[in-house]
Design a protein around this ligand. Structure first.
Ligand code: NAD
Length: 344
């Protein structure tokens, strides 16, 4: 039986299954009756309770198998592929975050380079019908031409995080070329939503507010030239991935069966508009007016001024584009936050 781009006959392997995107993707696959093998090392880059809470929501599904492990452990990864023989592999496990890559570069090489290499090796030894992996909008660096198109040059990453993601695209291309692995890289644009990542700005602003602390906005206080971000709601990301899973690339014009897609909202918002929308969403959730105390600071190394996705390629491939407005998406986040953390 098929559903959209997925099939209940297939085995799906999702790395980073306790992570934000991995959790929502796994849940959607399980709800449709698919078998999901989830891997995650449950590292403490951010609150492990949140990762465990996500996992607790997955564990009741009969067709969910969880393996606690690190994708930088080659033996483990090869063993999991050998044992479960996934038809489709989705690599979402990574050390995420731009700023943390300044403080802790080793974590990025370990998870994003060695870890991803191990996934490629496993796909080589146990061929999959489709490998889908997370890249990032950060590969566009400080590119000025907008919207960002997949054909734009991405040779100037401004953080090690971005460099690892661009490297993943190169490595996947090579493995696809050498071993015929159909592979798709997804350049996600600032994904947000309930149970999201506590290291991201909207989450941090909310935490600061409830602690009675000012929020730190890294836009130099320059509202004329504010930062722009293409904020993308989690359900739109999951819908995009689901549609792509059953739609692997084929070899064309002598090139490997590999391609990359932007998945973004195609509607960049000023950071300050996003902040005001979050204030309104929290006001609605709490039934009283919320105003953040704001402190403006310079941009941080590795930050980029604009992200803006062209999604023509995505739309052409799967007939879908993200559609959730920040009003709708942030309201869902605010309602979840108030309920989950029992704040008033
Ligand atoms: N959320 C975004 O806005 C965004 C934007 C661009 C790209 N991405 C990419 O999408 C993917 C998923 O992001 P997310 O927001 O869900 O992040 P996340 O940090 O919530 O999820 C990643 C999960 O992978 C796990 N993990 C990390 N290293 C691991 C390792 N070596 N072995 C096993 N598990 C490991 C972590 O414990 C975590 O649960 C990542 O590759 C990230 O770089 C996310």
């Amino acid at each position: 039986m098929g559903y959209g781009g997925i099939s209940t006959d297939k085995v799906y392997l999702v790395t980073g299954a306790a992570g934000f995107i991995g959790y929502f993707l796994s849940r959607r696959l399980l709800e449709q009756g698919c078998k999901v093998i989830g891997i995650d090392n449950l590292n403490d880059y951010y609150d492990v309770n949140l990762k465990n809470a996500r996992l607790d929501n997955l564990k009741p599904f009969e067709k969910f198998i969880f393996v606690k492990g690190d994708i930088s452990d080659k033996e483990l990864v090869i063993d999991i592929f050998g044992r479960f023989r996934p038809n489709i592999a989705v690599n979402l496990a990574a050390q995420a975050g731009v700023r943390y890559s300044v403080e802790n570069p080793d974590a990025y090489i370990k998870s994003n380079i060695t870890g991803f290499f191990n996934i490629l090796e496993a796909c080589r030894h146990y061929p999959v019908e489709h490998l889908v992996y997370a890249s990032s909008s950060s590969v566009y660096g400080s590119n000025k031409k907008v919207p960002f198109e997949e054909t734009d040059p991405v040779d100037y990453p401004v953080s090690l995080y971005a460099a690892t993601k661009k490297s993943n695209e190169l490595m996947a291309y090579t493995y696809s070329h050498l071993y015929g692995i159909p592979a798709t890289g997804l350049r996600f644009f600032t994904v947000y939503g309930p149970m999201g990542r506590p290291d991201m700005s909207y989450f941090k602003f909310t935490v600061s507010y409830f602690k009675g602390e000012p929020i730190r906005i890294y836009n130099n206080g320059d509202f004329e030239n504010d930062l722009y971000r293409d904020f993308t709601y989690i359900d739109d990301i999951v819908e995009g991935i689901i549609r792509l899973l059953g739609n692997p690339p084929t070899k064309a014009n002598g090139m490997a069966s590999h391609r990359v897609f932007n998945i973004g909202n195609n509607k960049p918002e000023k950071l300050m508009t996003f902040v005001e929308t979050l204030e309104k969403a929290l006001s609605n959730a709490l039934g009283r007016e919320v105003k953040f105390k704001k402190v403006y600071e310079p941009m941080k190394p590795g930050d980029v001024p604009v992200t803006y996705a062209s999604i023509d390629r995505l739309q052409e491939a799967i007939g879908f584009k993200p559609q959730t407005s920040i009003e709708e998406g942030l309201q869902k986040f605010a309602d979840w936050y108030v309920e989950y953390y029992k704040v008033r």
